[in-house]
Write a protein that binds this ligand. Structure first.
Ligand code: NAP
Length: 310
């Protein structure tokens, strides 16, 4: 194989961080490839209205914004490839990125593979996945028109997506394990003022039951230890997120939870490898942060290439 890399920058992951990095990288005249395993846009594809991203005072839906990011990256010449990266060999100057389909080589690599939603890991969760159990209200909400659904979790994602569901479902019941929410105050206030959104406090879901499709859940009140069966047709689970970084173990430094350690310029522990977005340690997991990380990573990749070539 030639020692000349095919690309200046390979970006692994085509979410907001990866696509922002691509826009900056191609505009710096770097030959840039984005490798995405599923769908360009990442997390925002699972988000209905995005109201806190500057520049869109009326909000914008995640799918439209993802399309705009992609269009902008394509316009300046980014190449895209759908493949699943399974291995990185980044010890040397020539970086090898190994996908299921083929191997790619580059001068630099930007890791932007984000994470996945946590699971409850209770009986019925796997059995009824796609048949009442969902991790994406924006994708699946339409199947639950005029039905009763529950949302599990008390963070921003639970309330954001729960509020989206109130426009489709008859009733949305939020089940939270404590009696105060973790979500931001603005979402809390909106949730408490939405007539078809209700709350069950201090409770966890222990079982999801049904017959082909979800029919009910078994709840336990953590203060009284009492159990209750609640009829519902949909269970939307929003209990946090974990980074997808198994393929990076022993290759770059990760924190104990699996996030990639970086400095403020998005340098990882390996020269020429950068990380951006939700996979990065200390990320606030906001869209604007992912965009900023992607830009910083692309600028660092540019500087690294310049310095290496002097
Ligand atoms: P999160 O903030 O970590 O909240 C997770 C929620 O799930 C918490 O309320 C937690 O309860 C609960 N939980 C965790 N494990 C559980 C379990 N096993 N059983 C029952 N409940 C469990 O996660 P997130 O809501 O996905 O948000 C993650 C990040 O993304 C945050 O930084 C958030 O601001 C950001 N985000 C922002 C927006 C927005 O700005 N609109 C939307 C989505 C996400 P406790 O509270 O008791 O720990």
């Amino acid at each position: 194989m030639s020692n000349e890399p095919e690309y200046d920058v390979i970006i692994v992951g085509g979410g907001a961080a990866g696509l922002s990095a691509a826009i900056y990288s191609v505009r710096a005249m770097l030959k840039t490839l984005v490798i995405e395993k599923l769908a360009l846009g990442g997390e925002i594809l699972k988000t209905g209205d995005i109201e806190n991203y500057p520049g869109f005072p009326e909000g914008i839906d995640g799918t439209s914004l993802a399309g705009l990011y992609e269009e902008q990256a394509r316009r300046f010449g980014t190449e895209f490839k759908y493949d699943t990266v399974v291995e990185l060999d980044v010890k040397n100057k020539l970086k090898r990125v190994v996908g299921d389909e083929r191997e790619y080589t580059s001068k630099t690599v930007i890791i932007a593979t984000g994470g996945e939603h946590n699971k409850l890991e209770i009986p019925g969760e796997e059995e009824f996945a796609g048949r009442g159990v969902s991790y994406c209200a924006t994708c699946d909400g339409n199947f639950f028109r005029d039905m009763d659904v529950v949302v599990v979790g008390g963070g921003d994602a639970a309330l954001d997506e729960g509020l989206y569901l109130t426009r489709l479902a008859k009733n949305v019941t939020v089940i939270h394990r404590r009696d105060t929410l973790r979500a931001s105050k603005i979402l809390q206030s909106r949730a408490f003022n939405t007539p078809n959104m209700n709350f069950i406090w201090d409770s966890i879901v222990e079982e999801i039951n049904g017959n082909g499709d979800v029919k009910s859940i078994k709840l336990r009140n953590l203060k009284t230890n009492s159990q209750q069966e609640l009829a519902t047709e949909g269970v939307f689970i929003y209990i946090g997120f974990h980074p997808v970084s198994d393929y990076l173990k022993d290759i770059i430094d990760l924190d104990p939870a699996g996030h990639v350690a970086t400095n403020l310029q998005m340098n990882t522990s390996v020269p020429g490898v950068f990380a951006a977005g939700d996979i990065r340690q200390f990320s606030d997991r906001q869209l604007g942060n992912a965009v900023g990380d992607g830009i910083a990573a692309a600028l660092s990749a540019y500087r690294y290439i310049q310095e290496e070539e002097i």
